[in-house]
Design a protein around this ligand. Structure first.
Ligand SMILES: Nc1ncnc2c1ncn2[C@@H]1O[C@H](COP(=O)(O)OP(=O)(O)O)[C@@H](O)[C@H]1O
Ligand SMILES: [Mg+2]
Length: 256
């Protein structure tokens, strides 16, 4: 049965898309079958996985509203065992389109019931804003990963995000899979201070794996690739592959 994980933080530029794509590819290398849902109109996950905007036939909005799900909604990427439901600019109209629906925050949850058993992990790349999209993602998810950039302003966003998760937890089960510290710059002491503070505040929820600043990570999307495909032996690739292993080990333990 597929485990559904949302990658969330209402702050932009913290590494949500980078984490979704590179974690997805890393999990696939561990033999897992992955579905990535690009739920951000920027379509950065779609593009990073080698699919251009003009190639998108059916997007996540079609997936939510069309009666029948077909192979046009869920498409293979260039990576074996990684499928994607693509994003488009129409996501910005979702709120309007869902106006008359009673349980509009459950649309994604209901649709994913049909496909979730085909995958080991379903990763949802969320946009940087609270609203109907994040609500749909959280109601559909078993857990969340919160990427936190190792910079001063990251802190306030993390507190708000955790408050939001606590709110949802009153209505349904939703684990914090982990807080992922990203973009750590080893030339900069502020980054290490943020690491310390986050680990102090969330000692049981912070991943051991930390993602460093990496030019390879930054460059890979230009080639429509994850950093794993772009530069397998780079530090960024290694760190995301470690993250995948950390998540798999934790899931193995919780199953025993
Ligand atoms: N570890 C990293 N090192 C260097 N650049 C990074 C790293 N993680 C993300 N980036 C870059 O930072 C920008 C924002 O990352 P992204 O994953 O798109 O964030 P979000 O989805 O949260 O807005 C992108 O240009 C991305 O390539
Ligand atoms: Mg993004």
């Amino acid at each position: 049965m597929g485990k559904i994980i949302s990658i969330v933080n209402q702050k932009g530029g913290v590494g949500k898309t980078t984490t979704t794509v590179n974690l997805g590819v890393s999990l696939s290398l561990e033999g897992k079958k992955i579905l990535i849902i690009d739920f951000d109109q920027e379509a950065n996950a779609t593009i990073t996985l080698g699919i251009k905007r003009e190639q998108v036939q059916k997007d996540i909005v079609n997936f939510l509203f069309d009666e029948k799900i077909t192979t046009e909604h869920i498409v293979p990427t260039g990576v074996v065992n990684v499928d994607i439901i693509c994003a488009s600019l129409r996501i910005s109209m979702l709120e309007q389109m869902a106006n008359d629906i009673d349980t509009k925050e459950l649309m994604l949850h209901n649709k994913l019931e049909e496909v979730k058993n085909n995958y080991d992990y379903i990763l949802i790349d969320c946009p940087p804003a609270f609203g109907l999209i994040i609500d749909n993602a959280l109601y559909a998810s078993d857990s969340v990963i919160i990427p936190v950039e190792c910079s001063f302003y990251a802190y306030d966003a993390l507190t708000q995000m955790v408050n939001k998760i606590n709110e949802i937890q009153k209505e349904k089960d939703l684990d914090i899979e982990g807080i992922l510290l990203t973009k750590l710059d080893n030339r900069n002491t502020i980054g290490y201070k943020i690491v310390e503070q986050v680990k102090f505040m969330f000692p049981y929820n912070t991943f051991n794996t930390i993602i460093s600043v990496s030019s390879h990570i930054q460059e890979a999307p230009m080639y429509g690739k994850s950093v794993i495909q772009f530069s397998y032996n780079s530090r960024g690739s290694k760190e995301y592959r470690e993250l995948a292993k950390e998540i798999l080990e934790k899931d193995d333990k919780s199953r025993k």
